[in-house]
Design a protein around this ligand. Structure first.
Ligand SMILES: Cc1ncc(COP(=O)(O)O)c(C=O)c1O
Length: 408
């Protein structure tokens, strides 16, 4: 490590004024330890993979096809009022782990209503969908467990597999026979994990076939329904409900409260004994501050609204199908959506970034997925259908995407 800045010689130990830190110019420079970051940054630039944070105004004039607010509930007045009322009653934060500071009736009610809505025996809410996936995967495995994970799974499931220290076999995408082969001959605990709807291409996992191969091998099935809740199943009850698997004794699901419920947080749903086991063993529940009351109140209100207005779920799917049909008819490589995510392939990461920027300049916000966020190295625009999009907005969105498309 280069030591040419001789930091100790520069160090002015006495503050200029008692109680004040030394002036910046007189402080030592200790930054050589992070010089490797400049190399990594230069490599990102060369590969066209730089990410930047853009400011987001409270009232963006952009038409939004980038967020995961599938049902248009994040700013629904009833939902924001529900969030605010919960913060007023229970405080801005949960103040600690629920095992330490106690579990509010708000959390208990959200868990009961979520479990009942999705058709599971019990639920546990956590501070994010990410934390819910870490909790489910790590608590349901041990070093001797065989984990079989779909190659297209979300990063949070992948990180759960890494943290679990179980032997993980990555199965080819959406391939029940590959899962069967991985499970065959294994003696002992096994868990297959999959997204219900894959976040990159918006395609659905073959859940009934996966459940069948798991049952044949005596393995449990864990499904991340982040993109299915609120969109799939009767009135948005989720992919497990749609597949006839909700509430089965060998099936566990995770959801996020941050997509169709327009709030923040996550949950694990399954048999009561699984949930009780998570309360006792899941580190991302035990050692994490409980879900913030505003997030719990917002999600609970959104859930109640969805029960009253189940047509929102069907509308999100219908908007997605229409987007796909019209983009395909215009010659774009859009993937047929199984829920509310529509993915459109771009020729390169640079072209995808430019395409998304051109859409934005024309007033349309779209997502842009490129390596390393995509498992197959293919860059795409990612569009999310929203139940509250009008036909005129849909026309505008399609017109903008087609007009700004890269010429191959
Ligand atoms: C499939 C999937 N699982 C889990 C998550 C994580 O959920 P959260 O954002 O609530 O942490 C996401 C969010 O992007 C997701 O797409």
């Amino acid at each position: 490590m280069p030591q040419d800045s001789a930091p100790s010689l520069l160090h002015d130990t006495a503050p200029a004024t008692p109680g004040e830190p030394p002036a910046a110019a007189s402080r030592p420079v200790y930054d050589a330890a992070f010089d490797w970051i400049d190399t990594a940054r230069a490599a990102r630039h060369r590969a066209g993979l730089v990410r930047t944070l853009r400011p987001r105004p409270a009232d963006s004039p952009l038409l939004d096809l980038a967020s995961n607010d599938y049902l248009g509930l994040a700013r629904h007045p009833e939902v924001t009022r529900g969030a605010a009322a919960a913060a007023h009653r229970w405080g801005a934060g949960a103040t600690g782990s629920r095992l330490v500071t106690g579990s509010t009736e708000l959390h208990a009610r959200l868990e009961a209503e979520l479990a009942a809505f999705c058709g599971f025996e019990a639920a546990l809410v956590l501070s994010s969908g990410y934390a819910a996936n870490l909790a489910a995967v790590t608590a349901l495995t041990a070093p001797g467990t065989l984990l079989v994970s779909d190659a297209g799974n979300h990063a949070s499931l992948i990180d759960g597999c890494r943290l679990s220290r179980a032997r993980t076999e990555v199965a080819p995408h959406a391939d029940p026979e590959a899962v069967r082969a991985a499970l065959t001959g294994h003696d002992g605990r096994a868990l297959a994990v999959t997204d219900s709807v894959f976040s990159v291409d918006g395609d659905a996992a073959p859940l009934p076939a996966l459940a069948e191969v798991c049952r044949a091998a005596g393995a449990a099935l864990l499904v991340d329904d982040a993109h299915g809740l609120g969109v799939l199943g009767d009135g948005g009850r989720g992919a497990l409900w749609a597949a006839g698997l909700a509430g089965d004794g060998d099936v566990v699901t995770t959801v996020t409260l941050s997509k169709s419920l327009g709030s923040q947080g996550g949950a694990v749903l399954g048999p009561a004994r699984v949930i009780e086991h998570l309360v006792n063993t899941a580190r991302s529940f035990i050692f994490d501050t409980g879900l913030a009351p505003a997030a719990a109140g917002g999600a609970l209100t959104a859930l109640q609204l969805l029960r009253r207005e189940p047509q929102r779920a069907a509308r999100a799917g219908q908007v997605a199908r229409e987007l796909h049909e019209r983009l395909t008819a215009a010659g774009l490589a859009a993937v047929r959506p199984d829920a509310a995510v529509v993915s459109v392939r771009a020729p390169s990461p640079e072209a995808a970034v430019r395409w998304a920027a051109d859409c934005r300049a024309a007033g349309l916000a779209v997502g842009c997925f490129r390596p390393p966020s995509v498992p197959d190295g293919i860059s795409r625009l990612r569009l999310t259908a929203r139940a509250d999009l009008t036909d005129a907005q849909l026309d505008t969105a399609v017109g903008t995407i087609v007009a700004t498309a890269p010429t191959a």
